[in-house]
Design a protein. Structure first.
Ligand SMILES: *Cc1c(COP(=O)(O)O)cnc(C)c1O
Length: 473
């Protein structure tokens, strides 16, 4: 019996140390040789990986082989040919932190089980709050920007409608304001927390994709005259397609006039708070009541690492604390972060960010952000220089939108993917379907961008003509 137990333990250790490292090495090799994973349909993928589960188990070696196959069949988001999303690349120290966090398997709700990680979470959120400009701010990690936005809107709702947390919503007419380019998580949250998706008012943007504060002001004034209660204004720092920044200062002035909660959705652009060269984009950051900031986007931390930050310490506990005598047992609640979170059990998304921040410091992240910004500017200039390509608009920050003249953007993106040339997405800007390149991987160089544009041009040349104009309405 004892012998059998030991055997199991030995196998488990070799799974971790040798098995995982072997697969990791193969993946790194595959990333170098084939930066874009082979294209497979869902049917082909199902055939390849055999996802079905059986009554009988398999040997560790067989499972490791199956894992290796899955790993090698996975879209490669960490290479220099992945432009498809607002995350990309691999910061090794952060990946190390993530792997160790899995090994430790703690939960972030109490100091009792999280120990040093609770203190690390406090240190990180305090540091990030100070970058927003909050003097006595606070924060807590959230499983992504969408849920950080949800938490912000819950706080805004409860502050605007006293009694909402205890007694639910009364029949009051309400409204939330965000720009037409806001992230869909805002509308989703309005639907989830009883405000109503229909009551999200979309404010027009200017030609740069930034919310127009005057339009916002008149919409709120009209709503108030009609006895509609304004719940929150959401400014976006880094919109999803154009990476534009709504002007916080004039929006904050409107929020102040009407006594409305101002939330900044900086899931994408929160990291811009670390850049001195581009500080103008986030000017007035400290005037907002709350911020969402994803470290898994511009900062290169593995999915996901996101925080909700509040200007006023105590605000999170005011709206999210619950009594649970089996859980919150002693120790100062200062480090019982479960008293401030939407979640109960919560994974450790702090350690990886902390490891990377220790390594890079504020300075390293600042250089990273500035590099991404200049990469986007370089790419835009290069597009302007090439007759077959057309820049949609000057980049607002790290995203570049363009078309191959007379060629359908969606078909080009699909060919690039199927032929393992690049992963890139298309999106809508001003009624046209454009190719959106997100410069979020700081390992990328000007040469990578040139190679990418060459690939786009080469594919466009053999793509049948087509128009990118979208029917409106
Ligand atoms: C990515 C993003 C979100 C959603 O964040 P997740 O971490 O993906 O949930 C929300 N808002 C903006 C502006 C984003 O860029």
């Amino acid at each position: 019996m004892t012998q059998q137990t030991n055997e199991v333990v030995t196998i488990q250790d070799s799974v971790l140390i040798e098995g995982v490292m072997r697969i990791a090495e193969r993946l790194l090799e595959a990333e170098r040789e084939e930066p874009v994973a082979p294209f497979r349909t869902p049917e082909e993928m199902t055939e390849l990986i055999d996802p079905f589960l059986c009554a009988e188990g398999m040997s560790s070696e067989a499972v490791l082989d199956a894992l290796e196959q899955v790993v090698l069949a996975t879209p490669r988001t960490c290479t220099s040919q992945f432009f498809n999303q607002l995350f990309s690349g691999r910061l090794s120290m952060a990946t190390a932190g993530e792997m160790l966090a899995s090994l430790l398997n703690i939960s972030m709700y109490t100091y009792k089980v999280a120990g040093p990680h609770a203190i690390i979470e406090t240190a990180l959120t305090q540091h990030m709050a100070s970058k927003v400009g909050y003097e006595s701010g606070e924060g807590v990690f959230s499983p992504g920007g969408s849920l950080a936005n949800l938490a912000a809107l819950i706080m805004a709702r409860n502050e605007a409608l006293p009694g909402a947390r205890e007694s639910g919503l009364d029949a009051r007419a309400v409204a939330v304001y965000a720009s037409v380019d806001c992230h869909y998580s805002i509308r989703k949250a309005c639907g989830m927390i009883g405000l109503g998706r229909r009551n999200l008012r979309l404010v027009e943007t200017d030609k740069h994709g930034r919310m127009q504060p005057d339009t916002l002001a008149s919409m709120i004034a009209a709503d108030r005259a009609a006895r509609v209660a304004p719940i929150a204004i959401v400014a976006t720092a880094g919109t999803t397609v154009r990476a534009a920044f709504d002007p916080i200062e004039p929006i904050a002035a409107v929020a102040k006039t009407h006594g409305v909660w101002l939330h900044v959705d900086g899931a994408m652009g929160g990291a811009m708070l670390l850049s001195e060269a581009h500080a103008d984009l986030t000017a007035g950051s400290e005037l907002a009541d709350s911020w969402t900031w994803d470290a898994h986007k511009l900062m290169g931390i593995p999915m996901s690492s996101s925080v909700i930050l509040c200007k006023q310490r105590g605000m999170l506990a005011k709206h999210f604390d619950e009594a649970a005598s089996y859980l919150f047992q002693g120790d100062a609640d200062e480090y019982n972060h479960g008293t401030r979170s939407i979640q109960c059990g919560r994974r450790n998304d702090a350690l990886k960010l902390w490891a990377a921040w220790k390594q890079l410091g504020d300075d390293g992240f600042r250089k990273r952000i500035d590099h991404l910004f200049s990469l986007a500017c370089f790419t835009a200039k290069e597009i302007e220089r090439r007759p077959a390509l057309e820049l949609t608009c000057a980049p607002e920050s790290v995203n570049v939108c363009f078309e191959a003249i007379g060629k359908p953007s969606d078909a080009i993106c699909e060919t690039l993917r199927r032929e393992q040339l690049a992963m890139v997405g298309h999106a809508e800007v001003s009624g046209r379907r454009v190719i959106r390149v997100a410069c979020v991987n700081a390992d990328m160089t000007a040469e990578d961008m040139l190679a990418f544009l060459d690939a786009v041009e080469e594919v466009a040349a053999r793509t049948p003509d087509g128009d990118n104009g979208l029917r409106q309405g």
